[in-house]
Design a protein around this ligand. Structure first.
Ligand code: RUB
Length: 337
């Protein structure tokens, strides 16, 4: 029996993708975004019927279903909005054509995204210098792209990789960088200040960047940047422009995902210690003052220029902000009902 969501049957493949994101089989803001866009294409492909209005309503419902898989990375709603906003503006007169449009848009987003990661690698590597020793946190494809490219250029040979509890995504990074040929030192999260004296650059990724340039990334990122600032080590954030959050322009806060206590301690331990509460927030906020530059595919910007990316990417006009009327990507929300 396919899942019923708001009166529409959601194809198994789409449910599988959303579950993959929710349970972190698919993880990392870029991968989540690409999976979200492809889920819409998957939904379109399996649509049976010839009523165009119903098809569009169905895709809207699927978009809402997919978008809510995980709360923090804005790349997911932005990827969905990329497809949906263009679909709404596209001219077509049959369901078949509509399916093709959704497919093309999803593919276009994926191609854009993969290319962006490559460009970020090139631009970021230019910011690193010969002999730099890098520290990174969690697993960010964009950050790995910068470090691996800099290694290829002969600039960086050593990377300190934090294990990133509780889900240990640092191990994925450690393997990726070792495979790229770097000397990798995997270190416990709590040792960040101990090792910072050996480090000359911090490179991390981002799940969401707010209009004021604050970076929301895997919990522990803000601690690395704090230690880096103390040691006068530069911090670079590698992030595609679809990780900038349009809603923060109007002061909306970025929700921080809180996951199960069992990611930290076992069910058994919890039962044996009923007096202990476990809290597991999985992202934190690094203020702009702790970031030297954000490397995007459009160029390298100071965090304070995040608003410029948002204005350009989402067509948000200052007058719209001041009058409380936002266009661009926020249309997505307006048209939902
Ligand atoms: C992953 C994480 C990554 C960003 C950027 O968290 O915080 O640094 O998502 O990754 P999680 P990328 O493992 O909880 O998804 O550069 O690959 O988009």
């Amino acid at each position: 029996m396919p899942l019923n969501y708001r009166g529409y049957a959601i194809p198994d493949k789409v449910v599988e993708i959303r579950e993959g994101i929710r349970t972190m089989k698919i993880r990392g803001a870029g991968k989540i975004a690409r999976a979200g866009a492809l889920a819409l294409a998957e939904a379109a492909k399996t649509y049976r019927g010839s009523d165009l209005k119903n098809f569009l309503k169905y895709i809207e419902i699927v978009a809402e279903y997919v978008r809510s898989a995980r709360p923090t990375a804005v790349s997911l709603p932005n990827a969905v909005a990329y497809v949906m906003n263009r679909l709404r503006r596209a001219k077509f007169s049959s369901v078949q054509e509509g399916i093709e449009v959704v497919n093309e848009l999803a593919d276009e987003f994926v191609e854009y995204s993969l290319n962006a990661v490559k460009i970020i690698g090139d631009l970021g590597a230019k910011r690193l210098v010969n002999g730099d020793v890098v520290m990174t946190h969690c697993h960010s494809t964009a950050a790995v792209s910068v470090i691996a490219t800099a290694h290829k250029m002969g600039k960086v040979n050593i990377a300190y990789v934090k294990e990133t509890r509780p889900k240990m995504q640092g191990l994925i990074t450690a393997k990726a960088l070792a495979d790229a040929g770097l000397d990798v030192i995997l270190v416990p999260d709590s040792s960040v200040r101990y090792f910072m004296k050996k480090v000359t650059k911090v490179v991390v990724g981002a799940d969401t960047i707010s209009a004021n340039g604050a970076v929301i990334n895997k919990v522990g990122t803000s601690m690395v940047t704090l230690a880096a600032k103390e040691a006068r080590v530069r911090t670079y954030v590698a992030a595609e422009t679809y990780k900038f959050s349009p809603r923060t322009v109007i002061g909306e806060l970025v929700p921080i995902e809180v996951r199960e206590p069992t990611e930290i301690v076992s069910e058994k331990w919890l039962k044996e210690n009923p007096g202990v509460k476990v809290y597991n927030p999985v992202f934190d906020v690094t203020p702009p003052e702790y970031i030297d530059a954000i490397i995007t595919e459009k160029g390298v910007i100071p965090p304070q220029a995040a608003i410029l990316i948002l204005l350009e990417e989402y067509g948000i006009k200052i007058s719209d902000i001041l009058s409380g009327e936002l266009g661009g990507v926020l249309k997505d929300e307006e048209l939902r009902e």
